[in-house]
Design a protein around this ligand. Sequence first.
Ligand SMILES: [Zn+2]
Length: 346
Amino acid sequence: MRYLLLFLFVTVANAGFKLETVAPGVIASIRTEPPGIMFEANVVFIVNDEDVVVVDANGTPTAAKESIAALRSITTKPVRYLVNTHWHTDHVTGNATWREAYPGLEIVAHATARADMAGTGEANRKSYLEAAPVLARRLRNMLEVRKNFAGESMTDEEVAGFTSDAELIERFATEAPGTPMVLPTLGIEERMTLTRGARTIDIRHLGPGHSRADLIVHLPVEGIVISGDLIVSPVPLVGSTSLPSQYAATLEKLIALRPKAIVPGHGPVLTDDRQPKLMVRMLESITKQVAAAVARGESLEQTRKSVDLAEFQRAFAGDSAQKAFIFKSYVAGPAVAAAYDQARTK
Ligand SMILES: [Zn+2]
């Protein structure tokens, strides 16, 4: 399935994103940081007849302010809804900045994501902030001697990725402590369909995946899905809060919507379904291999060794040492652990 869409690219000077018109009035702010292990999130503006619906809020006030300035350069219409696709900090820390800019705003999330934001999210934020200075210093030291975590010489791609990671950690560590966590004002369970003038905006929970409470935003007329981190490119972001045994089925439902364009939580706009299809195959393989390991009575350490994801690492990371490192950090490590937990508690 291949689609030809005409994209309009506008790179915003000095900001870490470019604006891309996915359909009339649907503008994605796509992050331009090189692939790394730290993230800022893509943001999408859906400009309607009288108002705007925004998807995801950025991970710092500075990034949110840059997104708001970009939106205001496009339209003076007010933002009526801000959707948090899930509770992870890089998608929600900007909530406070968006509410300040648009005080009438409703912030929409899955009802469970709201609870996770206040519970696990707050705890994670605290421990991340404690670890941030040490991690940033370690990355800076590694960059000085150009050696990666394994002690090998860094490739240029690793230098770019780790430099961006250090900058993102430092920015978050500076800004997050003074930023209140503004929680969603509207919690939804399965679906909320907004009709804004001529536009239909279908906000849906398709099932557990990247987190237990992901939302997607579907524009059925335009054929666009804004997926949050359910889909990330080039390397998927499965992560430690994922539910691998249900993730594939959730992605199948997303693929069944037959989108012409997918705006992922991180990475460029996708115009075919190769990435989610490959993710489905990988998640099914992880679930199957881990279940077999658990049935053999293997420990998590043994399971990590017996599960073979080489085919998928090659497919997502190619020959890139940096992308292989991201694959290990966000797929091989945490996804296998999450699948192991799921298989043992079945
Ligand atoms: Zn996430």
